[in-house]
Ligand binder design. Structure first.
Ligand code: PEP
Ligand code: MG
Length: 883
């Protein structure tokens, strides 16, 4: 088998497409070499060797040694040198390089091949003893640290002591003999620590460095990084070995890094830094202040340090031409590393550069204008999730962060405010013009007004689909949920967290993008929706097949969603409308009523309010489809909790508070999420469905008159498991439609459908489709019931599941395509078999998740529905999955 791929001198055995085999760095080095760019000759040991290494007890394939040293010889021929030669020694750099760049792994060993003899040759050749000994001591230090595993502090101490004793300030003040004596001490240290001398044999050095790269694939930092970024351990890393070029051979030498465009603004201008007479690690280490590459950047920064453009105009011009070439070639902004050795430019790395969302948009749109990308290609260049950054205030990346704790990043954006513990307090504070963060153990629908009033929401319990998370996302409010380290003490108005205490009124900042809770106020950046955003979105809209609707019930959310391009409402959760103001009393009256008459009396009070709600929504949506879901309350959320609340309801009903207390107790459930909710409540009390249907139909008649656009309501029955449940409720809806048509003389068109939220509903979809005109996949409940994992309690253990690799992702965030997805596929197929034109959509939280949206495209759903602030993300993700 071929384990080693050579490159250099305008040729290469590898290419950019071979990233999986050669790693990102190796593939691009090969590509640059083929393009004729000056790349120090070298070779890549493939990722397959890494896999082999771990499969075979950390040993190597037999043929590797021969291939490795054959490749070393080739580099020798290309450079006119020999590995270990005492006249013209070949020196090597060794670097890791996985498919994607991965901090935490071994980075680099430079100057490999130096020993007591070759260093003398280097000194003679460079005519610079100081340079040669400096290189050797750097090599010993680096190699001892990353290959031999010795503590680098001890080496630094030797150097510091030497400087102190000789009254030197900087490393550059140490002369050749100084380095020579330090080298002797370094070697003694190694021998003392390891019981054997520092390896003098270049071959042994090379094997050691190669082994260190492969071993670094499994160091805890790398393992953690892969877990956090969903990268599989099976990928392995490659090893890149190249002839050394020296950026530290005097004033005519330099080393630097650059982006072909500004990675934070996207501006088309070379952007980067370099250091004269330095090696790569000096730029990163931040010991000396790097200089700007272009004159323009230098002037803008007001720096008096000369730019590369001024210092080395020829090398600069050559570098700039390669930047343009590589951008054109890769059709993307590049992140580059280079070294100049005595005036000669060498390219050490190129890769697609990381960038902010704003820069990503600008670069994508600019590159279409420049004719580099097609519109379709540009759509693929912006990560949908990154758009979130643009729609909400974000914490200034330069701001200091005093992190109190970290919870789940439940709803993006950042907000600062004073701590309040109740929704009433939040509302009051808002009235007084104060900014607050509502801090709760968890929230319930009763907190809607407080959540509206607060700048952001922080909870100590609950997952990504907890009430707080769902509602906050809907409102576009920042939310950190499930911050389990917070001990919230409502009674004393304090929060204890890992030895710190925060009091009511203290200012905190929450970062819904990272889940961080920060002490004090932190500087924010406000969102700007630039022209590029609109341009890219219009291309996305042309490219996608699926429609994008929104989950909204308030006029404000509906308007926001329309502005973000929503094409209708996919889910109006009517129970969220029952908590507004005084309504809750009527709702409680209805629930606690002892008879149908009592319930009807309470419902009669709610009817006009619901009618108005729906009419508003229909008007805002102006002819676009609106799906209204009938009441789906986990009952416990509605029951009065305090004596005060009980008394309120009792007065409204003219009933005995004690009697009501007994009824409330009787209604309590062990598992409310699996209890008397959804259509089960409508089966028990069909008069609820009747009232809601009446409100919907009357509102449709009103709104049609008002707007002149026909209104075709879609009425959705929640939590159906059995067709007969749907039939019972549907019967009431149809009767009500007839009644309203007779009363008003208007013609009504409407559709009745169901949510698919239970495995049984998915399995029996053929039958259910006989009655349902549409299915909307409620993947929050479907995930909960498929896994048998409570969506409200999952946060406490799902983290462990991810840490242990049992689940790669939180299934409440990104759809479990294998399990829950199979149920969706089954329901889709069976539903269509019965009713070929059945309308299919998704309205669980997954409707705003790009990976889940991709699944929906594959399943052939007609639309996805998501919270208003995710609508742009869904539009882009839908386009990407369609193209
Ligand atoms: C769902 O279950 O996916 C859904 C949309 O309904 P809810 O989140 O209101 O239970
Ligand atoms: Mg549900």
């Amino acid at each position: 088998a071929k384990w080693v791929y050579s490159f250099g001198n305008g040729e290469a055995e590898g290419a950019a497409e071979m990233r999986n085999l050669l790693g990102g760095k190796g593939a691009n080095l090969a590509e640059m070499s083929s393009l004729g760019l000056p790349v120090p000759p070298g070779f890549t040991i493939t990722t397959e060797v890494c896999t082999w290494y771990y499969d075979h007890d950390k040993s190597y394939p037999d043929e590797l040694g021969a291939q490795l040293f054959e490749a070393v010889d080739k580099v020798g021929v290309a450079t006119g040198r020999n590995f270990g030669d005492t006249e013209r020694p070949l020196l090597l750099s060794v670097r890791s390089g996985a498919r994607v760049s991965m901090p935490g792994m071994m980075d680099t060993v430079l100057n490999l091949g130096l020993n007591d003899e070759t260093v003398e040759a280097l000194a003679k050749e460079a005519n610079d003893r100081r340079f040669a000994y400096d290189s050797y001591r750097r090599f010993i230090q680096m190699y001892s640290d990353v290959v031999l595993g010795l503590d680098h502090h001890e080496f630094e101490e030797i150097l510091e002591t030497h400087k102190e004793q000789n009254e030197l300030e900087l490393d550059t003040d140490v002369d050749a003999d100084g380095w020579l004596s330090i080298i002797a001490k370094y070697k003694d240290l190694v021998e003392e620590e390891l019981g054997k001398p520092f390896p003098q044999d270049p071959r042994e050095q090379l094997w050691g460095a190669v082994g260190a790269v492969f071993s670094s694939w499994m160091v805890p930092r790398a393992v953690t990084y892969r877990r956090l970024h969903d990268l599989p351990a099976s990928w392995g890393t490659a090893v890149n070995v190249q002839a050394m070029v020296f950026g530290n051979m005097g004033e005519g030498s330099a080393t630097g890094v650059a982006f072909t465009r500004n990675p934070s603004t996207g501006e088309k201008a070379l952007y980067g830094e370099f250091l004269v007479n330095a090696q790569g690690e000096d730029v990163v280490a931040g010991i000396r202040t790097p200089q700007d590459i272009t004159e323009k950047a230098r002037i803008e920064a007001g720096s008096s340090n000369p730019s590369l453009e001024m210092l080395m105009p020829e090398a600069f011009a050559e570098f700039q031409s390669y930047c343009d070439r590589l951008e054109q070639h890769y059709k993307d902004m590049q992140d580059l590393e280079f070294t100049i050795e005595k005036g000669k430019l060498w390219m050490l790395q190129t890769r697609n550069g990381k960038r902010t969302a704003k820069a990503a948009l600008k670069i994508a749109v600019d590159m279409v204008e420049e004719g580099v990308l097609s519109e379709e290609e540009a759509i693929g260049r912006v990560e949908p999730g990154a758009l979130d950054q643009l729609l909400h205030p974000t914490i200034d990346p330069d701001a200091e962060r005093d992190i109190v704790t970290t919870g789940l990043p439940a709803s993006p954006g950042a907000a600062s405010g004073a701590i309040v513990f109740t929704s009433d307090e939040a509302e009051k504070a808002k009235g007084d013009g104060r900014k607050v963060i509502l801090v709760r153990v968890e929230t319930s629908p009763e907190d809607i007004h407080g959540m509206h009033a607060a700048e952001g929401i922080l909870t100590s319990r609950g997952g990504m689909t907890s009430h707080a998370a769902v509602v906050a996302r809907g409102m576009g409010k920042p939310c950190v949920a499930g911050a389990g380290a917070l001990r919230i003490d409502y009674r004393n108005g304090v929060i204890n967290c890992a030895g710190r205490q925060l009091k009511e009124g203290d200012t905190i900042t929450i970062d819904g993008a990272t889940g961080q809770v920060l002490s004090g106020e932190v500087k924010m950046l406000q969102p700007v929706l630039s022209g590029d955003f609109g341009t890219l979105m219009s291309w996305a809209d042309r490219g996608r097949r699926m429609k994008v609707r929104t989950n909204a019930e308030t006029p404000q959310d509906a308007k926001v969603a329309r502005d973000f391009g929503a094409e209708g409402i996919g889910l109006c959760r009517t129970e969220h409308m029952f908590f507004e103001g005084e309504r809750i009393i009527s709702v409680r009256e209805m629930i606690l009523a002892g008879s149908e008459d009592g319930r009807r009396a309470a419902l009669a009070k709610l009817l006009p309010m619901q009618r108005k709600d729906f009419a508003d929504l229909f008007e805002i949506m102006h002819g676009l489809p609106v799906t209204i879901r009938l009441l789906d309350p986990p009952l416990h959320e509605f029951l009065p909790k305090s004596d005060e609340e009980l008394a309120e309801v009792a007065t409204a009903m003219g009933a005995d508070p004690e009697l009501l207390r007994d009824r409330a107790l009787a209604l309590e459930e062990f598992n409310p999420m699996l209890g008397h909710r959804g259509c089960r409540l409508l089966v028990s009390y069909p008069e609820i469905a009747e009232m809601q249907a009446r409100a919907i139909f009357e509102a449709a008649v009103l709104a049609a008159k008002e707007t002149g656009a026909p209104v075709v309501p879609e009425i959705m029955v929640p939590l159906v498991g059995v067709k007969a449940e749907l039939d019972l409720v549907k019967g009431r809806i149809e009767a009500m439609a007839k009644a309203v048509m007779e009363e008003t003389g208007a013609e009504l068109t409407y559709h009745v459908g169901t949510m698919i939220e239970l495995p049984r509903a998915a399995l029996r979809a053929a039958e259910i489709a006989q009655s349902a005109e549409f299915f909307s996949f409620g993947t929050n409940d479907l995930t909960q019931t498929t896994f048998g994992i409570s969506r409200d309690d999952a946060a406490s253990f799902l983290g462990t599941y991810q840490a242990k690799g049992i689940l790669e992702q939180d299934p409440f965030v990104s759809l479990d395509q294998e399990g829950v997805g199979e149920l969706i596929s089954i329901a889709t197929e069976r539903g269509r078999a019965t009713r070929p034109d059945i309308k299919l959509g998704i309205c669980g939280e997954h409707g705003g998740d790009p990976a889940s949206i991709d699944f929906c495209e594959g399943a052939g759903l007609e639309y996805v529905s998501c919270s208003p602030f995710r609508v742009p993300i869904a539009r882009l993700a839908a386009a990407q999955s369609a193209l």
